[in-house]
Design a protein around this ligand. Structure first.
Ligand SMILES: Nc1nc2c(c(=O)[nH]1)N[C@H]1C(S)=C(S)[C@@H](COP(=O)(O)O)O[C@H]1N2
Ligand SMILES: [Mo]
Length: 306
């Protein structure tokens, strides 16, 4: 079996290195130029429309983001995924889309990705262990994928499942978690424009340790919600079980919204260490995305639904 090289990937999957940065700069200049034209004067505030979902913070060093990972399928040390995930075969790869959809289907990765236009977005990632990073992701909105499969009116939740193969994922030989890793979102969270399926980061395909070939990115929730190396997406009427909630229900809830006001039972969530920095930063409600997502939880007691 040949392992597919970059040259075999659909061309829109290939973003030349550095383009994500230049593109952002270009869009900002273009928006600025358009505003200047329209007003006939230099604008006093920078254009924000194109950067709405982006963080304007400096991305974490790529070496840190690819060598300091949580991916328990490859071991529980932060360095284990970079050391051991290389063995995982990410082509061919298929994803099952099933449950409360009009058109359940198992699709090869290329067919799954084909109708989607990749975008680059810089998001913060905040782990429940109180560290954070800023990552330039490449991906597309989960909502665009879900819509293709015609969710039924009973679809209230979305469940995700990681590959289960202890040959390729040696960490699955130990009962650290109940394998395979599973995660879930409420349907409105899944359909939110901030929620991405990522296929790349830093202008390249995802390294295996970061969840190749396809992972979830939910920037306002603790990192464990962003499940890696997805093989199944299931739409459901009932709330699905999630790995960390099964493992320690008192410590990890289903919602797992970043919330500095609700401490983990064993440590504070008020502050975080940005990887690459020494000083601590204040953790922001919903990881700084409150303007976009707080509305989803209006009227909910976020201490109870943590
Ligand atoms: N399948 C799977 N997905 C996973 C994990 C895991 O152990 N297995 N760890 C989670 C946790 S705890 C975090 S913080 C993020 C880390 O993502 P990163 O390594 O790309 O920074 O992945 C999440 N997704
Ligand atoms: Mo995490």
């Amino acid at each position: 079996m040949l392992i597919r090289g970059r040259e075999d990937l659909p061309s829109r999957e290939i973003t030349p290195r550095g383009v994500y940065l230049r593109r952002r700069e270009f869009l900002e200049r273009a928006a600025l130029a358009a505003t200047t034209l329209a007003l006939g004067t230099a604008p006093t505030t920078p254009a924000t429309a194109v950067a709405r979902y982006d963080s304007d913070e400096t991305p974490t060093d790529e070496k840190d983001a690819t060598r300091y990972n949580n991916f328990y399928e490859f071991g529980t040390d932060k360095q284990d995924p970079a050391r051991h995930a290389g063995k995982m075969k990410t082509r061919p790869w298929s994803v099952r889309i099933e449950g409360e959809v009009g058109k359940p289907k198992t699709l090869g990765l290329d067919d799954l990705l084909a109708p989607h236009t990749m975008e680059d977005r810089i998001y913060r990632l905040r782990c429940v262990e109180a560290w954070s990073m800023v990552i330039p992701w490449r991906g597309f909105q989960l909502s665009d994928l879900l819509k293709r499969f015609d969710p039924t009116s009973r679809a209230r939740y979305v469940a995700f499942q990681t590959l289960h193969d202890s040959e390729q994922m040696p960490g699955q030989r130990r009962p650290v978690l109940d394998w395979p890793y599973v995660e879930g979102l409420r349907i409105d969270e899944a359909m939110h424009p901030l929620t991405l399926l990522a296929t790349g980061m830093y202008g390249r395909d995802l390294p295996n340790q970061n969840g190749a070939p396809l992972r979830l990115v939910v920037p306002w929730k603790y990192g464990f919600k962003s499940i890696k190396s997805i093989v199944a997406i299931r739409l459901l009427e009932k709330q699905p079980p999630t790995s960390w909630n099964l493992s320690a229900p008192g410590e990890y809830g289903f919602y797992a919204n970043v919330n500095p006001a609700v401490d983990h039972p064993r440590w504070s969530q008020k502050r975080e260490r940005r990887i690459g920095e020494f000083r601590k930063r204040e953790t922001l409600a919903f990881n700084g995305y409150a303007d976009q997502v707080a509305e989803l939880y209006r009227g909910m007691d976020l201490r109870k639904f943590f």
